[in-house]
Each structure stands twice: as structure tokens, then as C-alpha cells.
Design a protein around this ligand. Sequence first.
Ligand code: CP
Length: 299
Amino acid sequence: LSHLTSMEDLSVDEVMALITRAISFKNNTVQMPEWSQTFVSNLFFENSTRTHHSFHIAERKLGLEVLEFDAQKSSISKGETLFDTVLTLCALGVKVAVIRSKEEKYYQKLVDSPHITCAIVNAGDGSGQHPSQCLLDLMTIYEEFGHFDQLNIAISGDLSHSRVAKSNMVILKKLGATLYFTGPKAWHTHEFDSYGQFVQLDDVLEFLDVAMFLRVQHERMGADENENFSKSDYHKRYGLTTKRSALMKPEAIIMHPAPVNRDVELADALVVSPKSRIVAQMTNGVYMRMAILEAILKQ
Ligand code: CP
């Protein structure tokens, strides 16, 4: 891999190789690569707990030198652009820049420039793509079922704002899964049409293998939309209530990229429950991010 910016750029073979490698890291069955004196930098311009810290841990486990970039203490605060910031880090010797930004496709200008010599790993671009989250989701599904072909998977909730939905739909379709989208109709756009059917959760729940819920992204909603939002109404109409969860197949699993709005997307009691793989997703994040960084650095 030269960069990881969008799931659209990865082939099925590349995805399967990353999953296999991440599982080997998790099972501790590989000789750990060591990249001492190899610098990576994490630049997060949107808040993060899981992605940021799991990249940091993955980097440390691989023996990399980690530069945490604090935008407020950097020359960004003097008006320096992201491009000039990354240009600077490359000139200093950074090999990989892991970047999260509010701006969709912020990475395009960077990967297209011959002057940017470091690899770019997209840790989330607005409502665009979240490839490392998608890959850890795939790893979690693969660990559970051992394949993707003909799995019935629903992606549910705040589709229009979700970079997780957009990354997952692209690759899950390529991998042979059958996708359904559920949630408020207003949050479903034509962008999703070629990947799966829009349905009511109650119409598919009983035959789903994976019910993947998305966080309602209040920070990307307008004041009016936030004012008119009722948590209990959303939960009743679109969320996974405990009553609904009882209708799922015994072997079906519940996923959510987190953070979870408890009692909105999922009933509080379901977040850590036998069907939930939310904790496994977070744990797998470290191993998948190790596999991603290794694939880029061994180029
Ligand atoms: N799932 C996810 O991206 O979480 P963070 O925003 O905490 O990184």
C-alpha cells in the first residue's frame, strides 16, 4: 500500500491480506517488525478516542517513533495550511502521516502532490471515508463468520453523515454480502442505492447476520435538526431496543463503531451484551492498524 485514503482503492485481495495479518498480530503468531528511527505522526483535527489511541498503540507496538501533533500548539494556529504542515513533517523525515479532518477528501491534494513524500493514512474525512474503521469492522465480521459471502448485513441510522457506512458499503458489496440500509428515510440518499435496499429494520431483523448501528452525529446536524430530535422517539422507531434484539437469530451479532449514544441507537443493556461485538471492534482496531501501518512501511 502506498497510502490508505478510501476503501474504493483497495482490492478484495488486499483487504483479505490485511485481515489475515491483523489476526496474526492478534494471535501473536508473527515476528514483530521493528522500525526504530522510523517516524510517524498523528494529526487529529477532529476529536477521537478509539482511532487516535489505537493508532498510537499500534505504532508503539511496531516499534515506531510517534510524533503526536497538537494543532493548537503548531503553526496551524498561525494560519499554516494542512498541505504545508504535511510538507514540513515529510521534510523532517516523517514516513507516515495519520490524519483526521472535518474536510471531505482533504487527502486528495496530498496524495496527488509529488512534493509530499510521506504516506497518508486517512483516519476519517468528514462524512467521506473511514477506511481503518471499516477494515477493523471487516476483521470482526470475518472472525465471527469466516466469510462475507451472502451474509445479510444492515447498516442502520445516520447514513448521510456516516463515513463508516460509506466505507463499509463499498467493500461489503465487493465481498459478496447482501446489504440493507435502515433508519430515518431523510438520512438515506441516492448515494446508497447501488449498494443495497432501504428497508424498515423490523422487516429484516429476523434474518440479519450483522446489525450495524451508526452514531447519530449531532455535531454535523443543524440547530433546528438537533432541537427537533427526540432520543426516545428515535430509539423506539429506529434503534435496537431489547425487545427488538430478542428477535435476532441466535448467531447474529450487533456492531457499532462507537461512541454509542446509549438508549438512542442501542438500548443501554445491549452495548456490552452476548450479541454485541463493540468491545471486540475496539480491540481489533489496534491489530488492524498495525497491519495497515506495516503494509505501508514495507513498500
Ligand atoms: N469509531 C471511531 O472512529 O471512534 P473515535 O471517533 O473515538 O475515533
